[in-house]
Design a protein around this ligand. Structure first.
Ligand code: UDP
Ligand code: MG
Length: 315
């Protein structure tokens, strides 16, 4: 078998009824495209007949590789397992539930050929409920685009294409798969968007509820921090700390003046409490920044990661 050019990575959890149709549609799309490919399905601890179906497919078509998790680890873990094993130069991700349309694959590949490192699908006419899905996702997309400077209409779309070296550099935790383009922007990648088809879920049901919205917001904070300050935590914490400490000292000086120059009693002034609070907080923040600096040094030096990323080198 020749080395695959494309690795399709699919996290799958209890999608028994969709699998055969997924196989048909993906195979049709990929064979029409013509490049050598492999499909890596991460069975995320399915409790229905998904794994049996998948292993039957693997018997018939060895281009399909199956990873079976011991339990349900979540979609992000599925992506991560697929990325670790992918041998292709381009990694495509897609949902198993057929809400994404494999026929869009050539569109994404065309953008990759144009030289982009990441191509994100944009579900222009998204077939999900408005209030619990489309609205929160609209807000989230605005927020993420604004705070990470990677302008995408649809961070949540699973249909995406990545140049393999870009995505293999990213460590995924929690539910961070949605933020790959944002995190990769820290490496200086070129990101494009392609409008894609989206279909309503026909089989099974969605694995997520409204609580996802809050997790996305918290994740955004993590990503924002990692992107901007992970190599210089003292600048975040130290900055806030200095302001707080400075304010506290100023208020303290003012109160000292009131006491000694004007001879007033300051023991009952609420400002006194504020001054103490601000000074203590300031000292703590600065200490936290310094701790952060120690931690990132340990991180970079023990993992051998560098603080820069090279696109290419001549000579
Ligand atoms: N999925 C998974 N593990 C999970 C939850 C979901 O592998 O714990 C897979 C699921 O099988 C599907 C994809 O992730 O292929 C997207 O999930 P879903 O369709 O439920 O999300 P939605 O489209 O509703 O946002
Ligand atoms: Mg879905």
């Amino acid at each position: 078998m020749t080395d695959p050019l494309i690795s399709v990575v699919i996290p799958l959890y209890n999608e028994e009824e969709a699998i055969d149709e997924l196989y048909r549609q993906l195979t049709a799309a990929l064979e029409a495209y013509g490049a050598p490919y492999e499909v890596i399905v991460a069975d995320d601890g399915s409790t229905d007949g998904s794994f049996e179906k998948l292993s039957a497919i693997h018997q018939r078509d060895p281009r399909w590789r199956i990873i079976r998790f011991r339990r349900n680890f979540g979609q992000t873990a599925g992506f991560s397992a697929g990325f670790d094993r992918a041998r292709g130069e381009v990694i495509l991700t897609i949902d198993a539930d057929l809400q994404n349309d494999p026929a869009d694959i050539p569109k994404l590949m065309a953008k990759i050929d144009e030289g982009y490192d990441i191509v994100s699908g944009w579900r222009v006419d998204r077939q999900d409920t408005f209030l619990t899905r489309k609205l929160p996702s609209m807000v989230a997309n605005r927020l993420i685009s604004h705070s990470t400077n990677v302008q995408l209409h649809d961070y949540g779309c699973s249909l995406k294409a990545y140049r393999a070296d870009v995505v293999k550099n990213i460590n995924l935790y929690g539910e961070l798969h949605r933020f790959i383009p944002a995190m990769a922007s820290g490496y200086g990648v070129r990101v494009a968007e392609a409008p894609v088809n989206h279909r309503a879920r026909e089989h099974g049901k969605s694995k997520y509820g409204i609580s996802r919205t809050f997790r996305v917001l918290l994740d955004l904070m993590t990503v924002y921090f990692l992107l901007g300050y992970s190599t210089r935590p003292i600048h975040v914490f130290g900055g806030v700390g200095l302001i707080s400490f400075g304010l506290g000292v100023l208020i303290g000086l003012y109160l000292t003046l009131v006491k000694f120059a004007l001879g007033q009693d300051i023991g009952t002034r609420p400002l006194l409490l504020l001054a103490v609070l601000l000074i203590l907080l300031g000292v703590q923040m600065i200490a936290m920044g310094l701790l952060g600096e120690l931690i990132i040094r340990t991180y970079y030096e023990s993992t051998g990661k560098s603080i820069y990323y090279v696109r290419e080198e001549l000579g």
